[in-house]
Ligand binder design. Structure first.
Ligand code: ZN
Length: 301
């Protein structure tokens, strides 16, 4: 079809963003609003933001792509699972609900899947034949780009945050020792507080831990290096299984790239894949727009 722009929508736990994106990945206009409680209300806000972004871009869009938090069924577009911060979100029929509200064809994927499509199409791993995406946010998300296309499985392919083998701490999912217990922003905060042991009731935020690491706080340096090594171990598993040659790391904690990257690289150099293939690990470059750009790309026919 058409060289008309498409709209990308990023539905997250705290905010919803919509953008009008050209076929070559440029954002013409965007609009953002806080995420309301409830699936129907979230779809109302998403549709309104698409309308606002389209109005400010001054051009119609051909289709809408959504990158949504949670596990999304790739066939039906229904939300299959989500963290308990989302009220009444599981079971929401994203495709039909948003198509009815916008009158446009709707494609849905997980938000980290969309992030990876954005980075693989226009960002840090542009042109890579196969790549993994890792989002180090409040939790840890993952996604796979294999042989030039998003690989979704039954909706949760590449979700490495809940991969086991990373110690014994309790994970947000209720199980123990998942990657997320070392490499998420929340786990970095928890581990920093644990090592300081009763230094005070205040939780030190991940951004503050990052700046303390830069000024020589050894505990801060250590918890961030532990996070980086854990990511490196997960990358080695992905490389052993899938021979992915490129990995892109995004999310809030990836701002501390200069502190994480040496630990990730060190882990990969300690135990290189038997294939002998070098794995390129790169920081995401599209920032807060990666998910809307990727969602808009997925919506293109
Ligand atoms: Zn878990």
């Amino acid at each position: 079809m058409t060289d008309r722009p498409t709209a990308g929508v990023d539905i997250g736990g705290t905010k919803i963003k919509a953008a009008v994106v050209t076929p070559d990945g440029a954002v013409l206009a965007s609009a953002t609003a806080p995420t309301p409680p409830g699936g129907a209300a979230m779809l109302d806000v998403a549709a309104e933001l698409v309308a606002r972004a389209t109005a400010s871009a001054g051009v119609p869009v051909a289709a809408v792509g959504v990158g949504a938090a949670g596990v999304v069924d790739p066939v039906t577009g229904e939300v299959l699972a989500a963290s308990d911060t989302f009220v009444d979100w599981v079971g929401t029929d994203l495709s039909a609900g948003l198509a009815a509200r916008t009158g446009l064809p709707v494609t849905v994927a997980n938000d980290v899947d969309s992030f990876l499509v954005g980075e693989a199409t226009w960002g840090a791993v542009r042109g890579a034949r196969s790549a993994a995406g890792i989002a180090l946010g409040t939790g840890v998300g993952g996604a796979l780009w294999l042989d030039g296309a998003l690989y979704r499985g039954a909706g949760a392919a590449g979700e490495i945050g809940h991969m086991p083998g990373f110690g014994d701490a309790r994970c947000t999912c209720g199980q123990r020792g998942h990657l997320e217990t070392l490499a998420s922003g929340r786990s970095v905060e928890r581990r920093y507080a644990e090592v300081l042991g009763g230094a005070g009731p205040e939780t030190v935020g991940a951004a503050e831990i990052e700046s303390r690491a830069r000024t020589g706080d050894e505990v801060a340096v250590r918890v961030l290096a532990d996070a980086g090594r854990a990511v490196g171990s997960a990358v080695l598993v992905l490389a052993a299984l899938l021979d992915v040659g490129h990995v892109v790391v995004g999310g809030g904690l990836a701002r501390a790239w200069d502190l994480l990257e040496p630990a990730i690289r060190g882990r990969l150099d300690d135990e290189p894949p038997v294939s002998g293939h070098r794995i390129e690990v790169r920081q995401a470059v599209l920032g807060g727009d990666a998910t809307v750009i990727g969602a808009a790309a997925l919506a293109r026919p």
